[in-house]
Design a protein around this ligand. Structure first.
Ligand SMILES: CC(C)(COP(=O)(O)OP(=O)(O)OC[C@H]1O[C@@H](n2cnc3c(N)ncnc32)[C@H](O)[C@@H]1OP(=O)(O)O)[C@@H](O)C(=O)NCCC(=O)NCCS
Length: 191
């Protein structure tokens, strides 16, 4: 997008994003997404709704994906799950943990500007993010992915409904000042 339209035009589109429910999601897109993308730390994908004749389109949400690994305690896994992690990663005998490659869905949010959030469901947005990761994994291998969210009943219900499973929590980084609470819950999914 930056290559085709230039950074200034791209920033104008990003500035039309609003997410009152989660300021971290809004601030990341407006202040960090371009830099992270250039540094290849994490890649952001914008989602647009459009009419069938493609005459009208609206910016309805975005997600960001980053290349990471996760470490999961053996104790929280069934034997079948443990086997799948063993096949993909490394087992640490002293810590009883598996470490496997797992892309991170680092950000995901609907655009609440002008009611654009009503043009997409969270489920559709999550499926787009999951499908993007699955598509890459079909090419390079891998079957895990994960995400992190605030310890919020509604967000946790949303992700667990779509087969993400809690495996841990982590303290906030110093620059994560827009996140509510003192830690993030980590959830993974396997395919
Ligand atoms: C998460 C999200 C994609 C889910 O979309 P959805 O399935 O269409 O669900 P809705 O937007 O209707 O939200 C469902 C409920 O969760 C609540 N909710 C959503 N995000 C929330 C947040 N960050 N904090 C607190 N509550 C939140 C909504 O207010 C709504 O509450 P209600 O049932 O009382 O009306 C969407 O709510 C969203 O973009 N939220 C803001 C960004 C965000 O927090 N992303 C998650 C980062 S981990």
């Amino acid at each position: 997008m930056i290559e085709q339209m230039g950074e200034d035009e791209t920033k104008i589109i990003l500035s039309s994003f609003s997410c009152p429910l989660n300021k971290d999601i809004e601030n990341f897109l407006k202040n960090k997404a371009i830099e992270f993308s250039k540094r290849t730390t994490a890649k952001t994908h914008l989602v647009f709704w459009q009419t069938d004749d493609r005459k009208y389109k609206e910016f309805v949400g975005y997600y960001t994906v980053a290349s990471k690994v996760i470490t999961v305690d053996r104790d929280i896994l069934s034997n079948t799950e443990a086997k799948k992690l063993r096949n993909q990663g490394i087992y640490d005998e002293s810590r009883h943990t598996y470490t496997v490659p797992a892309p991170l869905i680092a950000q995901l949010g609907k655009n609440y500007s002008n009611g654009n959030d009503t043009l997409i469901s969270g489920a559709d947005l999550l499926h787009l993010a999951v499908n993007k990761v699955r598509k890459i994994q079909k090419e390079i291998g891998g079957r895990f992915m994960y995400l992190e969210c605030e310890d919020n009943e509604k967000l946790l219900a949303f992700y667990t409904k779509y087969n993400f499973k809690i495996f841990g929590k982590r303290a906030l980084d110093r620059d994560e000042t827009d996140v509510k609470g003192e830690y993030l819950i980590q959830l993974y999914a396997m395919f």
